[in-house]
Design a binder for this molecule. Sequence first.
Ligand SMILES: Cc1cc2nc3c(=O)[nH]c(=O)nc-3n(C[C@H](O)[C@H](O)[C@H](O)COP(=O)(O)OP(=O)(O)OC[C@H]3O[C@@H](n4cnc5c(N)ncnc54)[C@H](O)[C@@H]3O)c2cc1C
Length: 375
Amino acid sequence: MSPSAYDVVIVGAGIVGAACADEFARRGMRVAVVDRDVAEGATAAGMGHIVVMDDSEAQFALTRYSQQLWQALRPELPDDAEYEPCGTIWVAADEAEMAEVQRKHRYCGERGVPTTVLDAQRLPQLEPNLRDGLAGGLLVAEDAVLIAPCAARFLIERAQKHGAEVRLGASVVQMGQGQVQLSDGFEIAGKIIVNAAGAWAPELTGGVEIKKRKGHLVITDRYPGFLRHQLVELGYLKSAHSIARDSVAFNVQPRRTGQILIGSSRQYGAEHKDVDEEILEHMLARAREYMPALGTMAAVHTRTGFRAATPDKLPLIGPWPGDTTVFLATGHEGLGITTSLATARILVDQITGEKSEIPIEPYWPSRAGKEFSRM
Ligand SMILES: Cc1cc2nc3c(=O)[nH]c(=O)nc-3n(C[C@H](O)[C@H](O)[C@H](O)COP(=O)(O)OP(=O)(O)OC[C@H]3O[C@@H](n4cnc5c(N)ncnc54)[C@H](O)[C@@H]3O)c2cc1C
């Protein structure tokens, strides 16, 4: 990598940095990407659920737009990205949760997302291994799953084909004023510097208020046919919104191999990557409540990662008010795999002055000053 100026230097080659590199490079810009260790990022730990969420209009717009970008990209994705349009079923335990099913069904229908309400008889026909006595659910057929590190690798490689230069194993110690400085003293100049360092973004751009939110994921041995859809308890929304230190929810994903990913946990204030046995057991107990046979399965691997959480649950995409050369693409919490492609599109739109498909203002970092005081 030469020290000459690039149009854009991206710090972070997780799924968000990779998508940005691809988008900038394909639009003809000279791009450099730097990452110290992609295996340590959230992308290597995430579940790979491409999911439409409706916590707010802005969250819906970004997730839906990005999901459609993934659908368009699907024919080009490599086989090992294992994109599977398996759909999500939001599982309702009782009548109160069925009311939420109906609300989601109306909300999605009004915005062109096809969903199907499942009653107590239909749910076990689609997922026979769920426990008896559940009230029903909502099938969101266009949701999908993929293996995020493979998708990120594909995006980086495509960026390289369009001239991007990639420097892995390089730690950034400082960025700003059009410069990125590496730990070995090497400096890279760019007209624009993108902070896509996920949960570590505040270490490089002071004042970015992101908290690390740790998650655990268990990967089982192969049980082909056991699970057909991504299943998420409706209580997941309470867990994701919770400001309590620790929370867990039933969230399971089928993989092409027959393996099952079991999530999910959320912890603030847990800075170490080690597996926390207590929260892990709590998470697995919740999973067994919904699918008792999970308790008989062999786990082959457990991984942890850090989500980058903002106070208003929306990512930070756009110019950083403190430095005209710095742009942010971070703060995606539990949705960065879903929203990476849309993040890249709207970030590059802002820089090239093109009109975006969705309103971009809700994601501007400058909104944050008002919100962060509540964190
Ligand atoms: C358990 C779990 C399950 C999840 N499930 C899903 C899901 O199903 N669907 C979904 O959409 N999202 C999910 N997420 C969230 C998703 O994984 C993240 O939002 C997404 O991966 C964020 O991508 P990123 O590129 O911003 O960050 P990361 O993947 O963390 O990448 C940041 C990169 O920056 C690099 N970096 C940081 N500091 C420096 C530095 N100083 N110098 C050089 N490089 C640096 C790191 O090495 C890293 O590679 C999940 C997350 C977790 C933890």
